[in-house]
Ligand binder design. Sequence first.
Ligand code: SAH
Length: 239
Amino acid sequence: MANPIESAQGLNVDQSELQKFADLAHKWWDKNSEFKPLHEINPLRLDYIDSHASLSGKKVLDVGCGGGILSESMSERGADVTGIDLGEKALKVAQLHRYESGVKVDYRLISVEDLANEAPESFDVVTCMEMLEHVPDPAAVVRACANLVKPGGKVFFSTINRNPKAYLFAVVGAEYVLNMLPRGTHEYAKFIKPSELSSWVRAAGLDVIGFKGLGYNPLTKVYKLNDDVSVNYILQTVK
Ligand code: SAH
């Protein structure tokens, strides 16, 4: 059998994107590291997902789960969580961290497209957060997520909008002024407009329920969910 990374090379993956996360992998659970923003937004997105999808008892797939920040927290809310990623190091960190936190999450090194072929319509809820802006063909990831969710199930996406304000906040502000993220973490051209994501979602057979903005106030350093989708945003959909 081919090793997973070899088989990943023909897939919808950008190795340089995976490498960015591999270089930082040992820091996934360091809340003061480059992953601080993900730790800080996690309670907000978790509450949003839980309030719209009632996680307890649900079979949930977390696509591009990284070190497991969202996966673990959904498991703590009583969901039966599978986390997938093509970053081997991130998954190792995620697997080890389960022992520290005592949560049960099933982590797998598999592409979302392969899992969609293997287990279509087998999840009540699918989450795909902060990942679409790192893949060559995000619409294909959206299609795979739509295949994986059961009819009536919810799929949540989050990503970064593409406009001058998003460039200013997500690239210049976060990477160059506040040094929250390593330079080169995000590529402006890969950012995704809500209209683009909506059209991919609808073409994949999902209905748009609504958008939420994820705002950051650099002065108070506080994140909030709001209705301003101009930078970071979450999209809730249903099949
Ligand atoms: N969803 C997590 C992590 C976001 S970071 C969270 O929000 O907390 C982006 C993640 O996407 C990284 O773990 C990276 O390894 C993963 N990734 C990038 N390209 C990918 C691909 N083509 N397939 C699967 N995972 C990918």
